[in-house]
Design a protein around this ligand. Sequence first.
Ligand SMILES: [Zn+2]
Ligand SMILES: [Zn+2]
Length: 155
Amino acid sequence: MQTKEQKNAYCREYNRKKRIDPAFRAKRNKASLCCYYKNPDKYRALSSAGHKRRKLEVLTHYCGETPYCQCPSGLCDVVDLEFLTIDHINNNGAEHRKLVGGMNFYRWLQKNNYPEGFRVLCYNCNCGRFRNKGICPHEKHPKAQAEITETLKVL
Ligand SMILES: [Zn+2]
Ligand SMILES: [Zn+2]
């Protein structure tokens, strides 16, 4: 019978071998390259400075000079541009994606004169909302969460 210690050591060794295994690395690189070739425009757009500038323009349009997460609970204080994203307020993300097609979403918003029905949310609130029937988990327990935030401030 293996002890926990032995098991962990085995896992560590296994992962280490895998990391330095050229065959495994080649396979993984190939997988990410495939993604790139399937969608080169998207990847180029994502990595360009122009994309960042455009994103900032769109975010500031929807929430003012310093973009922040507009979670309705008021409990989220994410302001990092990298974490912020545009949220479809009425939850028709899938439908909307069809409409926009392959076009860059931020570009689409600009081209369409910043339509209503969008707001800025961080990825956390966005995903939380998606998994929680359209309500950010923050909103579910606003009071409990507020108390936690208060306690954390005191600590
Ligand atoms: Zn948030
Ligand atoms: Zn939230």
